[in-house]
Design a protein around this ligand. Structure first.
Ligand code: GTP
Ligand code: MG
Length: 197
């Protein structure tokens, strides 16, 4: 899919205030600093569409972007950021869970995981929660420029093995690096395929 246009629409923390539109929507979620905003910039070939930072906790709100006047891409705050206060964590959890449970336009969530690590409890729990809530998701492995091929293979296999303990089939997964511009075509082709169906 060619990205002909990509523009910021709005930020907010209330699902009721998200754009009143029927357009299909794809959301990017994962631990703080995993590379959600960078991935969005890679997918859209725009350097600064989504704000990125070396420090975790940069994205704090639900951010909608309009792509090709045809679908929305949503950048979300990360989970598991230890320096956020308990109260903020609760507020955050609520607006994110509300978003996933109530946003009818959501077609697929992309759960980003850092390819350098073995399956993490917090990511597995989040995938479990999505599954229980019948929210379709795919997995995106990020920062593959930082991991050796053997370790990457092991981490992907480990995720698959853990997921197969609970679910009968595996979600699609993608291997990406925003620094090396890897994997964008595959993710965009997948979105295109769903949009066409
Ligand atoms: P929050 O908004 O804080 O939840 O973070 P995020 O998941 O949006 O991460 P962000 O895109 O801001 O990136 C976090 C850090 O990781 C930045 O320093 C990025 O430059 C770096 N980063 C992101 N993607 C990659 C990648 O593919 N490879 C490498 N080496 N670094 C990356
Ligand atoms: Mg971010």
């Amino acid at each position: 899919m060619d990205i002909k246009s990509a523009s910021f629409v709005m930020s907010n923390s209330l699902v009721e205030k998200c754009p009143a539109s029927e357009l299909p929507e794809y959301a990017f979620i994962g631990r703080s600093n995993v590379g959600k905003s960078s991935l969005i910039n890679m997918l859209t070939s725009r350097k600064n569409l989504a704000k990125t930072s070396g420090r975790p906790g940069k994205t704090q709100l639900i951010n909608h972007f309009l792509i090709n006047e045809a679908w929305h891409l949503v950048d979300l705050p990360g989970y598991g950021y230890a320096r956020v206060s308990k109260k903020d964590k609760k507020t955050f959890q609520k607006f994110i869970t509300d978003y996933f449970q109530e946003r009818q336009q959501l077609v697929c969530a992309f759960v980003l995981v850092d390819s350098r690590h073995e399956p993490q409890k917090i990511d597995l729990e989040f995938m479990q929660w999505l599954g229980e809530n019948e929210i379709p998701f795919s997995i995106i492995f990020t920062k593959v420029d930082k991991v050796k091929p053997k370790a990457l293979e092991r981490h992907v296999n480990d995720y698959n093995a853990v997921l197969l303990q609970t679910w009968e089939s595996l979600p699609p997964f993608f291997i990406t690096s925003s620094s090396k511009n890897l994997g964008a075509d595959e993710v965009l082709a997948y979105i295109d395929e769903i949009n066409q169906s």
